[in-house]
Structure formats: C-alpha cells, structure tokens
Design a protein around this ligand. Structure first.
Ligand SMILES: N[C@@H](CCC(=O)N[C@@H](CS)C(=O)NCC(=O)O)C(=O)O
Length: 242
C-alpha cells in the first residue's frame, strides 16, 4: 500500500495542490491502491514539497519522479503506444503547465491581495479546522512570503497582473487548440497529458478566487468538458469537500 502525503480536498478538488492532485489522479488511473495522509510535514518530505509518498518504507518526492519510478520498477506506463513525437508533445505541454502555468496560479492565490485573504482562511482551516485563523496568521504570512520569493526567482513574480493574464491565456488557448474536439488529448483513453491538464484546469477554475483568466478559461468549452469528463471517470466514487 502506498501512503500519499497531500492536502485535504477542497473546492470540489481532490487537492488544492496541482502536483498532489496530478499524482492522486494518476494513481487512480493506473489502479494503484493508496492511503491518503493530509497531515503534512514538509521537513520530512524528500524535496521539501508536496506530494510525496511512502512506498515500501521509502519516502519519494515529486509527482513526475514518482511516476517514473513506477514505470521503471513496475513497468506501469500510461502512455504506452504513443509515438516518440507524441511523447515529445505530451512532455512539452506537461512541462508548460507544471513549470509556467503553475506560477500564474500562484499569482492568483498568493499575490492578488483580495484572493490571498480568502486563500489564507482556506489554508488555516486545513491546517487546524478548530483554531481561529489569527493563531496561524504569522506562519501563513511566512508561507506567502516564501512563495512570493519563489515566484520572483522563477520570473513570473516580476510580471504585472495583465501580463500574467496574457501568458496564461496563451497556455490554455494552446491546450484548447490541441485538444480541439477530441475527448482526450492523444488517444481514445486518458494519458499523462490528460491527468496533467485536468489538474491544472481544475485548480484554475474551481477555487473561489476570481481573476480574468478564470473567466477566459471558463469559456473554453472543450477544456471544461475535458475536466468534467476526467472528474466523472476518476472521482465520481469519492466525496470531495467544497
Ligand atoms: N515538481 C513538483 C512540484 C511540487 C510543488 O510545487 N508542490 C507545492 C504545492 S503545489 C509545494 O509543496 N509548495 C510548498 C513549498 O514550495 O514550500 C511535483 O510535481 O511534485
């Protein structure tokens, strides 16, 4: 049994962390049973980030490295049958979402002041449902500072709200153009690009954190339908918190 260290479910999402939701959905897709632990200790995490797993007594971090490990050790390959060219396209889109779009999502949550006020409450309720937010305020403000510093170092943190809107619009439009009228991105069945898209679309459109880019993506019908389809297939048996 795998132990998955992740955030609790919220906003109808299995996790408010795209990387955690990506790994949890992937585990379901490949039918690997797991136990979810939402009490997170970043100090014990091998990469200092979530998600991480305990597998056969060993802690392993990073959603992509964990998938790679299962491919090597257990021969589990969600993308079996894809050509080298298709794998290259899939990798490029996944990296776009994980290494670029992700920081735009951080901007919406951590940098937009009104959204941070809401997001801080959500984080506080997850860490300690019964304690007043005020108790957690200093730690959460520290977390905000840390993420804003990461965003600055990565580069997204140097852009204006409008520039970030344009960057994310291009990312999601490219995804939508590539999906076109197909049910899934590359084959008749969902693969790695589907799970990655599902988690980033969900983590953009489901939180109650308004931003013009959210309105833009909500109009991309094929992406919204893809999100709903993935949710129905992989999470309709699970009660998700709102
Ligand atoms: N490449 C990593 C990204 C993990 C990641 O960015 N996790 C975030 C939450 S979505 C995190 O733990 N942030 C806390 C921090 O950076 O201290 C993966 O796919 O697992």
């Amino acid at each position: 049994m795998i132990t998955l260290y992740t955030t609790p479910s919220f906003w109808g999402l299995p996790s408010i962390s795209p990387a955690c939701m990506r790994l949890e959905t992937w585990l379901r897709m490949v039918k690997l049973p797991y136990k979810k632990v939402t009490k997170i200790n970043l100090v014990q995490s091998p990469k200092g980030k979530i998600p991480y797993i305990d597998y056969q007594g060993k802690l392993i971090g990073d959603s992509s490295l964990i998938m790679e490990m299962f491919k090597e050790k257990e021969g589990i390959d969600l993308d079996r049958g894809l050509t080298a060219k298709e794998r290259a396209i899939s990798l490029a889109f996944c990296r776009m979402l994980q290494e670029n779009t992700y920081w735009g999502i951080c901007h919406i949550r951590y940098k937009v002041e009104e959204n941070w006020q809401v997001y801080r409450e959500v984080l506080a309720s997850m860490i300690s449902p019964h304690a007043p937010t005020a108790e957690w305020k200093p730690q959460l403000e520290q977390l905000r500072e840390k993420i804003l510093t990461q965003m600055h170092c990565q580069g997204m943190g140097r852009h204006s709200n409008e520039e970030i809107y344009h960057i994310l619009r291009d990312d999601f439009q490219a995804l939508s153009d590539f999906l076109d009228d197909k049910p899934f991105f590359l084959r008749e069945r969902p693969m790695t690009l589907d799970v990655t898209s599902y988690t980033f679309i969900g983590n953009l459109i489901k939180p109650s954190l308004p931003h013009p880019i959210v309105d833009y993506v909500l109009q991309l019908d094929n992406l919204c339908q893809h999100y709903e389809q993935m949710r129905k297939i992989f999470f309709s048996d699970t009660e998700l918190n709102f």
